[in-house]
Each structure stands twice: as C-alpha cells, then as structure tokens.
Design a protein around this ligand. Structure first.
Ligand SMILES: [Zn+2]
Length: 238
C-alpha cells in the first residue's frame, strides 16, 4: 500500500447493480489495491427482468450479489430505496446524492454518461450531476457541511453509448481476473436473465480499449466537455 500520497475516495453511482461494476469495477479495484478507497452506490436494486424469479425473490438474490461483488472488488456498497425502472428525477433523489457525497467526501465521482436509451441511466446521470453540484454549495444548508468533488467521470456502457467518446484510459491488466470474478457474482452477467452477453461484451471491450492505447486491458472514461480544460506551463508532449 502506498502511504506517501493522500488516500483518495472514489464513489461510483449506478442506476442498477452491475452498471458500475462492469464499466468501472476494475478501476475501482485498482484504486483499492493502491491504498485508496472506493464505494459503489446503486440507486435501485435492479430487481426487474429475471424471467424465472419474482421481483421479490430476485431482489433478495440481488442483495447477496451486490454485497459479494463489492467484497471481491474491495469496495463499500450502499443501495438507494428506489425501484428498478421507476427512478425519478427529482429533488429527493438529488438531495440523497448530495447528502451521500457530503458524508463520504469523495475526491472522484463516477456515473453514467448522458447518451443513454435507458431511463434509469439517464435519470441517474441527471440526479448525480445535480447532487454533486448541491453537495459543493455551502449556501445549500443540510445536516452535513458542503463538499466539493474534484472530478466527475462517465463510464463506457453499452446502453449509454450515444456520443460517448473514450477519452481517459485506465490500465486494468493486473486486476482483470479479480474484476471477472466480481462481475460474475451477478447472474445478469453470468447469463440466463438478459439476452445481452454481458460477460463476453465487457471482456471484449476491455481488450478493445486496451488495444486502442497499446496495452492488454483497459477501461475508458469520459469527462464533461468543459471539465477537460487544463492549465499547463507549456504544452505536454503526450
Ligand atoms: Zn442499468
């Protein structure tokens, strides 16, 4: 564990369990491996859509999957009390995001990119951006004091691909096997719930993103266009 640098806290907000684990779980595991802290926040339990289980039964299974996947990645985890496919965009959710950020004090927040065809993913994007903004506003009085997040990153997700351009690549080769073990704690990833081949798609995506920057495996991220402004003394040569 590195002790010379400040310990960072990374908090990833996903609409459903699986969303953040598949798209940034390896990066979270790498942060933890390097002595930092990571927390997963699922805004719903993702309890709909299992063809062989009732929503109540699948919800129980999901709670176990959520805990086990987070344990393998070395992350803390919490779940907001909203239902799958019913996540609203409103002040209540945004204050919950705000209060969570003021409590956890993340340096980095990760969430869904806005170009999504899934209503919960888009709702998460909007709620998280607004919640991050409120969290940093000292005039917004809540129980906890204001906290400004250093940087907001968006994930590379098959359902949020409209307008997503990979911008920042994290090498994940040394946590790839750990990441596969974590995501396969979810039945949605193993198969039998959705016709979408989650495991094969995201393993292949890690190889493709890696190839784009000439390394074995990578996860890619994007920032909001105006967050890309960088002040430098001279132009960097990379
Ligand atoms: Zn999702």
């Amino acid at each position: 564990m590195e002790t010379s640098r400040k310990q960072l806290h990374v908090v990833a907000f996903g609409a459903h369990p699986v969303d953040m684990e598949i798209a940034c779980g390896a990066t979270l595991a790498k942060f933890v491996k390097m002595g930092h802290k990571a927390t997963l926040v699922h805004l719903t339990l993702g309890e709909r859509g299992n063809p062989n289980l009732s929503m109540a039964k699948y919800a129980e299974q999901k709670k176990v999957e959520v805990r086990e996947a987070a344990e393998v990645l070395g992350c803390d985890v919490r779940v907001f009390p909203y239902h799958d496919a019913e996540l609203p965009v409103n002040d209540e959710v945004q204050f919950m995001v705000c209060d969570t950020i003021r409590e956890l004090k993340p340096d980095i927040v990760i969430t869904h990119w806005e170009g999504s065809f899934h209503r919960d993913h888009l709702a998460t994007n909007i709620n998280v951006i607004r919640g991050v903004s409120w969290a940093g506003l000292s005039s917004m009085e809540r129980k906890l004091l204001a906290h400004k997040v250093g940087q907001l990153y968006f994930t590379d997700n098959w359902e949020d691909a409209e307008g997503f351009v990979p911008e920042i690549y994290v090498e994940i080769s040394n946590v790839f096997d750990q990441w596969v073990e974590a995501i396969t704690r979810h039945q949605l990833v193993r198969g039998g719930v959705s016709p979408f081949p989650y495991l094969e798609y995201y393993k292949a995506l890690a190889t493709i993103r890696g190839a784009e920057v000439r390394i074995p495996k990578a996860e890619a991220f994007m920032r909001r266009p105006l967050s890309r402004r960088a002040l430098v003394d001279l132009l960097p040569n990379y």
